[in-house]
Design a protein around this ligand. Structure first.
Ligand code: PEP
Ligand code: MN
Length: 358
């Protein structure tokens, strides 16, 4: 990254960007309160740092070893001059602030009536954001793939229900983009684009979704290390979109016997990610444990360790849900989760800020 002098002129900044581009790299320019910092996007071995360091207006040209420099705390501290986490605003909702944000809804939108009833009931329970699946990633081609897979008309209809339900009950809406061909369509209807665990490695899709300029909820793949998770997040931010909400949703368990949960919820990822980056991270206990009887406990634990929010699957009659019935909780149960998590957050957050060792 290139750290410009405090009094560097616009002309000097322009000149550095041109030099970076001339070597086949892209420039991520951050105009902070204190100074301009330019991140290099691309293969850094193509350019000499010694050469960049002597350009007019440059204070320092620093090679950053981490593969996720644009989202690293180190980068934002350089131009903002302070260690602050990013707050992502979606309508009136702030993700990454002092209050946890609750995202809820059915795994799959099945019909308008089902969606509207769930939306109304989760709102009453205290949820902030409505999420419903329209293109579902499924392990078997023979199972219900979501209304979106039935055709373009069905996809648009379901998306318009989602938007309408969000407006009616006062919640921003989110749905998953399962493939590149869905990006433009979905971005026309929702406030947040979700990238599911299976697509974490799909770099072309990440860039395409990022270019829509809307907030992105980015899930960790179940086989990914934290470093890989953050490295792939960088593909989104490299397009100039810093509104990324990271999401821990469980990783593949190891060992021979039964694990008793669908995946292993890696809660240590929450404080680790917060130390590494300035982006907020939420936790999805539903897909992590895959069991409704564990959602309350895991939700409490996630908020206790500092998650900025939760993503929870909800249905008024869980057993009748077409997808992920085993992990849905009811709106009443969601209310218990939200009320308890808010209490936990109030107790733990001030102490965490006070005693956190960095
Ligand atoms: C989902 O959120 O509905 C989903 C399928 O989750 P994941 O991508 O984490 O498996
Ligand atoms: Mn699901």
């Amino acid at each position: 990254m290139i750290i410009m002098k405090k009094d560097a002129t616009a002309e000097e900044v322009k000149n550095v960007i041109a030099e970076i581009k001339r070597h086949g790299l892209r420039a991520d320019v951050s105009q902070g309160e204190f100074r301009t910092v330019i991140g290099l996007v691309g293969d850094e071995s193509r350019i000499s740092f010694a050469h960049l360091a002597v350009l007019p207006g440059v204070r320092e040209a620093r090679m950053v070893e981490t593969p996720y420099k644009l989202i690293s705390r180190e980068y934002s501290e350089l131009f903002e001059g302070k260690d602050e986490s990013r707050i992502i605003k979606v309508g009136d909702i702030e993700i990454g602030g002092d209050e946890p944000v609750f995202i809820a809804g059915p795994c799959a939108i099945e019909n308008k009536k089902q969606l509207f009833r769930i939306a109304q009931e989760i709102k009453a329970a205290g949820a902030h954001i409505l999420r419903g699946g329209i293109f579902k990633p499924r392990s078997s081609v023979h199972s219900f793939q979501g209304l979106g897979s039935l055709g373009d008309e069905e996809a648009r209809e379901a998306l318009s229900w989602l938007r309408e339900a969000g407006q009616r009950f006062g919640m921003p809406v989110m749905t998953e983009v399962r493939g590149e061909t869905q990006v433009d369509l979905i971005a026309d209807y929702v406030d947040i684009l979700q990238i599911g665990a299976r697509n974490m490695y799909h770099q072309d899709m990440l860039s395409r979704v990022a270019k829509k300029g809307k907030p992105v909820l980015f899930k960790r793949h179940f086989g990914a290390s934290i470093e890989e998770f953050l490295s792939f997040c960088e593909y989104i931010v490299a397009e100039g979109n810093r509104d990324v909400i990271l999401c821990e949703r469980g990783i593949v368990p190891t060992g021979k016997g039964k694990s008793y949960t669908r995946y292993t919820l890696d809660l240590a990822a929450v404080p680790v990610v917060q130390r590494e980056t300035y982006l907020p991270i939420v936790v999805d206990p539903s897909h992590a444990v895959g069991r409704r009887d564990l959602i309350f406990d895991m939700s409490c634990a996630a908020i206790a360790c500092g998650a900025s929010g939760l993503l929870i699957e909800v249905h008024y009659n869980p057993t009748e849900a077409l997808v992920d019935a085993q992990q849905m909780i009811t709106p009443d149960e969601l209310k218990e989760v939200i009320d308890t998590c808010n209490k936990i957050n109030k107790i733990v957050t001030p102490d965490r800020k006070r005693i956190r060792v960095t």
